[in-house]
Design a protein around this ligand. Structure first.
Ligand code: ADP
Ligand code: MG
Length: 730
């Protein structure tokens, strides 16, 4: 039988192995197995892995037997055999009950696999799986400097995989013929890449680490190119969609907005504005991501685009992640438009439009009225939350969708709103979470990107400090003092806690303090996170007695939240004790101090977002990150990094490092059948950029991938595979 890459493993391997590989590792075909790369390579005699293994890890180690002792067990019949193995740097005990260990002799080499346990403070394997080197093994396999260690499973050990791969690599009259290289010769030459067959051979059976590196480089290219081809194909498809041109018109809403703005646009705002204006003018729908630091003034950029669309006779929808933020947007837009935003009302300007709020908490009658305004086209600007996405919300002529704070929304939601246009509307997605270039090129690869780098001038900036309460207990008192000083000077403050607190006995999950793993430093005995309600009470009675203090959290009704926000915005409240509901977009320029309690419970990007709330004024802002984490711990250092820079891009990178890239790509890297195995968003930035260039070039010809059936097949496989899911979940 001729073996091809598509041949089922059940045809070439034993039934037990094939079944185990399919069920436990998701490997079905020859190609699947060849793309199941070693996790690492063991090196006889000089690896440090034994010293590094942790209790609970499932590991495979290559080691040499140092001693074997057997003795009868004290309380039971039978014998206990203890075998000490070592690998140069570390030692580990293997324990067997009633084991016939004929081959386990001192100096024998073998591979041992199992879950690391602990007995009397010593790490050990109880009844490990093992494979000893004996005369039936091809000596050369073991004499190799590098022994591949594979991701293994219960029934399929690393050495079974090693043997199976070896079988395939030696199979069917020349391995090179078995493998057709999908990568065009000239791309390979241009980037100095190995042919696929050599790369696969080298990654599974390398002689030197250079072999591994060159093989990985080539195989990463496959991953990057397939991904970029998929994304480029989407961009192309999107560009061919029929949209509706919404050209700029003089003397309308846009001009009114510009005239009413209480400030001059920054250069960046003007430039991005021109970019958007030109794209709205085209009859292909815009797909653009606008990223800009917190406070860089994205809202007004969006509003100007919305005004242009209204002037052209269309409607614009602004999707906000929270009711607080939606209400704030509506207030701001209405204030700016004045009578032009109240068409149809007594004091409205008939040449204007209506700004309609549509959220889940509206009363039934108000909701009906809002929906009617939207459906009849009276509302030119519609602002809302998820409620906008619901069925029954129809637009007369939806021309532009703006999604604020994209990281709170998935692509599905963006698409749900898009689908409400009769023809695909223009789409503008905004985010204050800076996106590293490679993430932009992958996760957001189907969007064009604009960036606002500059903050409006005249901002005081924010300085941040960590307050390590265990090491410097006095600093916390000083923090409350600083807060009081600011309030005395007429400013306002936020105190942020990870949790709401228990009023009703209902369960109280941390309110969205994502990002920071609770056991990052291996501490398991942590007290529950501080809660808004408790903290507010303690502050009222203690360090902040006499100040006007209110709470804000996700368990309040939308009216309550809105009321508290209004009072705070109006300066009627001095201190807002809140959960992360203040993270997103809330804009009160007079607030200058933020104290984040249990700051270690928040992720890097989240802290940066939070801090942005006190960066909006001409007064200098102050952000204090209070934590019990020791300064020297990873957590302490993470917080120090946040305090030391306000460069959102640098922090986004740090976030990516601490969160593990797998989380960024969803299940992509952890998933068994992931298309992304070797590629690293951080380390392979250049490679990804090159692949993006090649992908765009490949698809720019009319024939697309018709000339490259191999690549077309890989792209198709990615698209149909479950692994494509993560592309949707960005
Ligand atoms: P973000 O980009 O975080 O959404 P916003 O759009 O909420 O920022 O803007 C933050 C604040 O800056 C708002 O109060 C807004 O009115 C103000 N602002 C926006 N653009 C300018 C500008 N060019 N000059 C001065 N203030 C501006
Ligand atoms: Mg905003």
């Amino acid at each position: 039988m001729a073996v091809t890459l598509g041949t089922p493993l059940s045809k070439v391997l034993g039934p037990k192995t094939a079944t185990g590989m399919a069920d436990q590792l998701g490997l079905h075909t020859v190609l699947d197995l060849l793309r199941h790369y070693p996790r690492r390579y063991a090196r006889r005699g000089e690896q440090a892995d034994l010293a590094d293994v942790q209790v609970g890890d499932r590991v495979t180690v290559l080691a040499q037997v140092r001693s074997v002792t057997s003795r009868p067990m004290r309380n039971r019949r039978g014998s206990l055999t203890e075998v000490v193995v070592g690998d140069g740097s570390g030692r580990m005990k293997l324990v067997f009950f009633n084991h016939r260990h004929g081959q386990l002799k001192v100096n024998a080499w073998g591979m041992f696999a199992g879950t690391v346990g602990e007995y009397r403070g010593e790490k050990q394997f109880a009844h490990p799986d093992m494979h000893l080197l004996d005369s039936s093994d091809d000596e050369t396999d073991w004499a190799r400097a590098l022994v591949p260690i594979y991701p293994a499973s219960k029934d399929v050990s690393s050495w079974v995989i090693q043997k199976s791969v070896k079988l395939l690599l030696g199979a069917g009259g020349g391995f090179g013929e078995l493998i057709e290289d999908p990568l065009p010769e000239e791309i390979r030459a241009r980037h100095g890449l190995l042919p696929l067959a050599s790369a696969l051979l080298d990654i599974h059976r390398p002689t030197t680490t250079e072999d591994v590196e060159r093989a990985e480089q080539r195989l990463k290219w496959d991953e990057a190119l397939t991904l970029q081809l998929t994304l480029a194909a989407r961009r192309r498809a999107a560009a061919l969609e029929p949209g509706i041109s919404r050209p700029r018109r003089a003397g309308g809403l846009l001009d009114a907005v510009d005239a009413a703005l209480p400030f001059a646009l920054t250069e960046g705002q003007r430039e991005v504005g021109e970019e958007l204006a030109a794209e709205l003018d085209r009859d292909q729908p815009m797909h653009r991501l606008l990223q800009g630091e917190v406070g860089s003034g994205k809202t007004v950029v969006a509003l100007r685009a919305m005004a242009q669309v209204v002037d052209a006779g269309g409607q614009a929808a602004l999707l906000a992640p929270t009711e607080v933020l939606a209400a704030q947007h509506v207030r701001g837009i209405r204030a700016l438009l004045g009578p032009l935003g109240r068409a149809g009302e007594i004091d409205g300007d008939p040449a204007g439009t209506r700004v309609t709020l549509l959220t889940g908490s509206l009363k039934a009658a108000a909701k009906r009225e809002a929906r009617a305004e939207v459906a009849e086209g009276r509302a030119g600007i519609v602002v809302g939350t998820h409620a906008l996405l619901q069925e029954g919300v129809e637009f007369a002529d939806l021309g532009l969708v703006v999604v604020d704070e994209q990281h709170r929304f998935g692509v599905e939601q963006r698409d749900a709103l898009r689908a409400k246009g009769s023809r695909p509307p223009h789409v503008l997605v905004m985010t204050a979470t800076p996106i590293p270039r490679t993430v932009a090129m992958t996760v957001y690869g189907d969007l064009e990107i604009s960036t606002l780098r500059q903050l409006p001038s005249g901002r005081g900036g924010v300085s941040s400090s960590v307050v390590p309460v265990v090491e410097k207990p006095g600093w916390l008192d000083r923090a409350w003092e600083r807060l009081r000083e600011e309030v005395a000077a007429g400013r306002q403050a936020y105190v942020v806690c990870p949790r709401i607190g228990d009023v009703t006995g209902a369960e109280d999950e941390p309110e969205d303090a994502d990002g920071a793993p609770p056991d990052e430093d291996g501490r398991s005995d942590r007290r529950p996170p501080l809660a808004v309600l408790d903290v507010a009470e303690a502050l009222r009675a203690g360090p902040l007695a006499g100040l006007r203090l209110e709470v804000l959290h996700g368990r309040m009704t939308p009216e309550e939240k809105d009321g508290v926000m209004r009072a705070f915005a109006a300066g009627e409240t001095d201190v807002l004790v809140a959960t992360t509901v203040v993270e997103v977009g809330v804009d009160v320029p007079n607030a200058t101090v933020m104290v984040v309690l249990d700051a270690d419970r928040f992720g890097v990007s989240q802290l940066h977002q939070l801090r942005g709330r006190v960066a909006r004024s001409k007064h200098a802002g102050l952000c204090l990150l209070v934590t019990e984490a020791p300064s020297a711990s990873p957590t302490g250092q993470r917080l120090a990094a946040v305090a030391s820079t306000s460069d959102g891009f640098e922090l986004a990178r740090l976030d990516l490092e601490t969160r593990r890239e797998g989380d960024v790509l969803g299940a992509a890297q952890s998933g068994r059948r992931s298309g992304i195995k070797l590629l690293s968003l951080l380390a392979d930035e250049e490679l990804i950029a090159e692949a993006r260039g090649e992908a765009t070039a490949l698809l720019s010809t009319d024939r697309g991938l018709a000339d490259h059936p191999g690549l077309a097949a890989e792209v198709a496989a990615l698209a149909t595979d479950e692994r494509a899911e993560w592309l949707e979940k960005a």
